[in-house]
Write a protein that binds this ligand. Structure first.
Ligand code: ZN
Ligand code: FE
Length: 257
């Protein structure tokens, strides 16, 4: 049994604490900042044993050094970006299994937002920590990767079980939804989700985690095969999914609304 605690940080980040009670293990995933993590650990009476970083951006590693200094935890991150991950101890690759007490997370390479971006997949618990690769109704910007590469990463995520809970690193769902609606205005599941999202945000509640099933039905970045989207964007059914994805990503980059 894993206990997952969601900690809001900075402006719109989420840090996750994943606690495995039997093995006395607790991991902080993408600690943007040390202070809120230390407070949560203190409140729960947990001892930090690991930090798992999805990528090198400061809003995902900002708490690394201070947390390691204060708790002695081990920092696990992608080998490829070892120069850019402060305090890295354990260098991981695609397919590696990270033991967290009795729980296990598998490393998935999901490049595109950054060249060394990884996700942590807890298969038994059906929980995915995907950093800035997939968001509620959106996906990360392509800072260090090509659209084809990002699409391959998203396809890897699409292939996970639909009941997978998607723990991404930012609360962007509502803003992403305004763009999604422009791309697929006839999508009834999207409209219904946007209503639920609006209600949650009015109450100051998170819209994350979502489920992969929800994202598959409503997130335009996972739906380049959709005939309605292809028609709207002027693609024939012969276009490849990654090309349609690239156009959606391109439009989002200049979307003002
Ligand atoms: Zn990022
Ligand atoms: Fe980020």
């Amino acid at each position: 049994m894993l206990e997952i605690l969601q900690i809001p940080a900075l402006h719109d980040n989420y840090i996750y604490l994943v606690h495995e009670p039997n093995g006395w293990a607790t991991a902080a995933i993408d600690p943007a900042d040390s202070e809120p993590v230390l407070q949560a650990l203190d409140q729960k009476g947990w001892k930090l044993t690991h930090i798992l970083n999805t990528h090198h951006h400061n809003d995902h590693v900002g708490g690394n050094v201070e947390l390691k200094r204060k708790t002695g935890c081990a920092i696990v991150a992608v080998a490829r970006d070892k120069e850019r991950i402060p305090g890295i101890d354990v260098e991981v690759h695609e397919g590696d299994i990270i033991g967290l007490g009795h729980a296990e997370a598998k490393v998935l390479d999901v490049p595109g937002h950054t060249s060394g971006h990884i996700a942590f997949w807890f298969e038994r618990e059906k929980a995915l920590f995907c950093g800035d690769t997939l968001f509620g109704l959106g996906c990360g910007r392509l800072f260090e990767g090509h659209a084809k590469e990002m699409w391959a990463s998203l396809e890897k995520i699409r292939a996970l079980p639909p009941e997978t809970r998607v723990y991404c690193a930012h609360e962007y769902t509502q803003a992403n939804g305004r763009f999604a609606l422009q791309i697929e205005p006839e999508n009834q599941a999207l409209k219904e989700r946007l209503n639920r999202v609006a209600t949650l945000r009015e109450q100051g509640l998170p819209t994350i985690p979502s489920t992969l099933q929800e994202e598959l039905a409503t997130n335009p970045f996972l739906r380049p095969h959709s005939p309605a989207i292809r028609h709207r964007l002027g693609f024939s059914n012969k276009a490849e999914d990654w090309q349609v994805f690239a156009e959606i990503r391109h439009r989002k980059d200049s979307f003002a609304g």
